[in-house]
Design a protein around this ligand. Structure first.
Ligand SMILES: Nc1ncnc2c1ncn2[C@@H]1O[C@H](COP(=O)(O)OP(=O)(O)O)[C@@H](O)[C@H]1O
Ligand SMILES: [Mg+2]
Length: 278
């Protein structure tokens, strides 16, 4: 479990450029869940996950992972973080070497490294035949998979993804989401998903933390969130199209999928007809 308590963070304290990025943030992440962090650009999402991954030093508040402070060395390997546009950090000559880079730094045996590379490629849907190809010959979506596989090969218990589908075309985006929330999720990893796409959050997240201007506006299920138009608009977020449609029709606002929406709309038609007959 990850426990974040009373976290605050200010960039460039004591300078004219001082910037409060987070104010008194507390929430938990349970083992096995997909927790989304949503919020407008500049709301503090990336700062928050960097603190959780111990990439920037805590100044106020605490982050505990499995009962230990995040600064503890034994915690480092438990948390894998995939930055926005992670493919920009690929640099090795082949896909295999890039994915193996992290595990190699862990000092694992060649056999173990090779097994991890194969498994990680399979998890993100990369064909094993691509091992010896240069990452720079691949499509954007494939390059991103290589970058994500490099983190999965570290076998983190907690996987943090910062806008993993940003900039991908719709098909590549959909395929990547299916892989992350299919094969990767099945491996038992706990996922923190940074996203401002409410539809993705509706589909994949068990709970969502909404940030605005460095503060928590909401923690709860996507369904609870979408019923709260005011919170969404204060956070500068749009409900999923399905939810929006139902709101416009003046119907139940908690449908998350097209199927659910269809049922709600059909029921309301039937109700209207039976009222008409009376
Ligand atoms: N390295 C930095 N130095 C100074 N200010 C920063 C730095 N990184 C982020 N900020 C500021 O902190 C706030 C939160 O940024 P960030 O955590 O990147 O938000 P998000 O990921 O939600 O877009 C923003 O106002 C941003 O300008
Ligand atoms: Mg960010």
């Amino acid at each position: 479990m990850i426990a974040v308590k009373n976290l605050s963070y200010t960039y460039m304290t004591g300078t004219p450029f001082e910037k409060v990025a987070l104010k008194n943030i507390s929430f938990d992440v349970a083992d096995g869940e997909v927790l989304a962090i949503a919020g407008h650009t500049g709301s503090g999402k990336s700062t928050l996950i960097q603190l959780v991954a111990s990439l920037i030093e805590l100044t106020r508040g605490t982050v505990e992972i499995d009962g230990l402070p995040v600064s503890d060395r034994s915690i480092r390997r438990k948390v894998g973080i995939v930055f926005q546009y992670p493919e920009h950090q690929l640099f090795e000559e082949t896909v295999e070497r890039d994915i193996a880079f992290g595990p190699r730094n862990f000092g694992l045996s060649d056999a173990e490294i090779s097994a991890r590379v194969t498994a990680a490629m399979r998890q993100v849907g990369l064909d094993a035949g691509l091992k010896d190809v240069s990452p720079f010959e691949l499509s954007g979506g494939q390059r991103r998979r290589v970058a994500i596989a490099g983190i999965l090969a570290l076998k983190p218990k907690y996987l943090i993804l910062d806008e993993p589908t940003a900039g991908l075309d719709p098909l590549a985006k959909e395929n990547l989401l299916r892989e992350i929330f299919g094969d990767v999720k099945k491996s038992g990893v706990t996922i923190i998903l940074v996203s401002h796409n409410m539809e993705d959050i509706a589909r994949f997240a068990s709970r969502v933390v909404v940030l605005a201007h460095g503060e928590i506006l909401f923690v709860g299920t996507p369904r609870e969130l979408f019923a709260q138009e005011k919170i969404l608009s204060r956070a500068g977020l749009e409900p999923p199209p399905v939810t929006k449609l139902l709101l416009t029709l003046g119907l139940n606002t908690t449908a998350l999928t097209l199927d659910e929406a269809e049922k709600i709309i059909l029921q309301s038609f039937k109700r209207d007809k039976s009222i008409g007959r009376r």
